[in-house]
Design a protein around this ligand. Structure first.
Ligand code: AMP
Length: 283
């Protein structure tokens, strides 16, 4: 596996592979990797592409009171994991390499940013779209892989690629969960064992919502209310949001007819977890 923290060196590595006729796949991450990230690698490998995985904890997407400085990092462990998983090039730039001087140019993401995590974390998706756009220009991938764990992020990137005519196919990878159902997340390490147990309420309430929907319930408000009641009644998690929205454009839904996204964000102590489920699409 090739490994670099320099943009110029990465460009040379990629140019060489491209000249050999390889297609290029990019997997952007913030590191502290787990099986969820490795599922992205696995799906990318199936395309036969030369796989570039980036690890960059992007300061631009963290708010002033968020967990940028304490976000977990372990580059050597990550490098070993991705090498074993079959990544071809690991790109781990420093903040200085990515932002040698303050940016004056950003990617704004409009109304998709006004709801869910965008509404709760002002500037977050602008930071995400800007850094992903920079990575797209550095790597110029043919394919890029994103997890449905961050469903709003996936929609925003897909829309950015379409709006800006970027010649990149954006591929979505289903959520990878622990055996007991908790969605894998780098932030799970912050949970105490009690919070870890209580955090199962996320997947349990999503599953219950799906059962309601399968039994014929089509009111978005009824489903949201049931999820809220379950989280409040059965855990000490503090709800950031619980919402049912259109799965294509995140618009408001009252009667569920088309595929919808059930999305939630809940805090356990200082750790904020997100999870989601899409209803109405056959898997
Ligand atoms: P992160 O390092 O948290 O920024 O995540 C990097 C990529 O991995 C994003 O596209 C995430 O959506 C994806 N990802 C993170 N956790 C999971 C998971 N549990 N299942 C599937 N994809 C995931």
């Amino acid at each position: 596996m090739k490994r670099t923290s320099h943009i110029s060196e990465l460009r040379k590595i990629i140019a060489q592979e491209r000249s050999r006729g390889r297609i290029i796949a990019l997997i952007p991450t913030m590191g502290y990797l787990h099986q969820g990230h490795l599922a992205l690698v696995e799906q990318a490998k199936q395309t036969g592409a030369f796989i570039v995985l980036s690890i960059f904890v992007n300061p631009l997407q963290f708010g002033p009171n968020e967990d940028y400085s304490r976000y977990p990092r372990d580059l050597e462990r990550d490098a070993h994991l991705v090498e074993t998983a079959g990544v071809d090039a690991l790109f781990h730039p420093t903040a200085e390499e990515m932002y040698p001087r303050p940016l004056v140019t950003y990617v704004e993401v409009g109304e998709l940013d006004a709801v869910l995590c965008g509404a709760k974390r002002p500037g977050h998706f602008r930071g995400v779209a800007t850094v992903v756009s920079k990575l797209f220009h550095i790597v110029q991938p043919d394919l890029a892989f994103f997890g449905q764990k961050d469903y709003q992020q996936y929609l925003i990137i897909r829309r950015m690629v379409s709006d800006l005519n970027l010649p990149i196919e954006v591929c979505a990878v289903p959520i990878v969960r622990e055996q007991d159902g908790l969605a894998l997340s780098s932030r799970n390490v912050f949970l105490t064992s009690e919070q870890r147990r209580e955090a199962l309420i996320l997947v349990q309430s999503l599953n219950e919502a799906e059962s309601l929907w399968r039994a014929g319930e089509r009111s978005a408000r009824v489903i949201e209310t049931r999820i809220r009641e379950k989280i409040i009644g059965e855990s000490r998690g503090l709800i950031d949001y619980v919402e049912v929205r259109d799965a294509q454009d995140l618009s408001e839904v009252s009667k569920i007819e088309n595929p919808v996204l059930l999305a939630l964000a809940v805090r356990f102590g200082s750790t904020r977890l997100i999870d989601n489920k899409v209803l109405g699409v056959e898997h």
